[in-house]
Design a protein around this ligand. Structure first.
Ligand SMILES: [Zn+2]
Length: 226
């Protein structure tokens, strides 16, 4: 009763379309859940996202939940997730996507879910890693366990905005470390991120994981502009 009254005065809104959520809707409205554009990549070997990494790193599979378009509902979701203190959005997308990923063996068989680590300074300001909360949602459905301290970001690297493209790549290459390689030796990894654009960050994460001796890596992200 109290909750119903509360929602009457402070309606919960869908972060994608801004309509009021019904009591039985969690975080994102039913309509958006069904209408936001999907990639279907987890069912499509050789999909455009996998091709981004061909000749760079050998991923078993790569998939994205949504198609990212500027000004679209997916961009709005991601913006709210990253800048409006809304970690629940990431968790809910994780749960939604995990139910679909369960259809595909490589995602079912993963041992560990590893998010791309956020810069410690950004983590301090935001309070959460948007890829980490996506992983929390995935972990609720998938058999794999989420690990946020297997792959870490070196605390001493600065911001990338003023560097040249090459210097930026060099920088990305050196910022990730695996403090305890034994922990992931021969493990199947599900590497996760929010939006994939050039793939440079995921590539350098993957190089560190491969060097540490993992068995294989698959990739799942919230959205890709492909
Ligand atoms: Zn909506």
């Amino acid at each position: 009763m109290f909750n119903e009254l509360l929602h009457l005065f402070f309606p919960r809104l869908c972060p994608s379309c801004n309509s009021s959520l019904f009591q039985n809707e969690r975080v994102i409205c039913f309509r958006c859940k069904h209408q936001l554009p999907r990639t279907g990549y987890h069912l499509q070997p050789g999909n455009p996202l996998e091709r981004v990494f061909w000749g760079r790193v050998p991923f078993r599979s790569a998939a994205a939940c949504f198609i990212f378009r500027k000004e679209g509902g997916v961009q709005k979701l991601l913006h709210e997730l990253k800048y409006r203190n809304a970690p629940d959005i990431g968790r809910e997308i994780g749960r939604i996507y995990a139910r679909e990923l369960m259809e595909t063996p490589c995602f079912q068989e993963a041992d560990l879910i590893i998010p791309v680590p956020l810069h410690p300074e950004k983590l301090r300001i935001r309070g959460y890693n948007q890829s980490g909360v996506f992983g929390e949602g995935l972990q609720e459905i998938l058999p794999a366990r989420l690990s946020e301290d297997t792959l870490i970001r070196d605390i001493n690297t600065g911001t990338q905005t003023r560097r040249s493209r090459f210097a930026r790549w060099e920088n990305v290459e050196s910022i990730f470390t695996v403090p305890d390689p034994e922990r992931i030796r021969d493990k199947r990894i599900l590497l996760i991120d929010d939006v994939i654009t050039t793939g440079a960050t995921l590539e350098s994460c993957a190089v560190k994981l491969i060097t540490a001796g993992v068995k294989e890596i698959s990739v799942a992200c919230i959205a890709a502009p492909l």
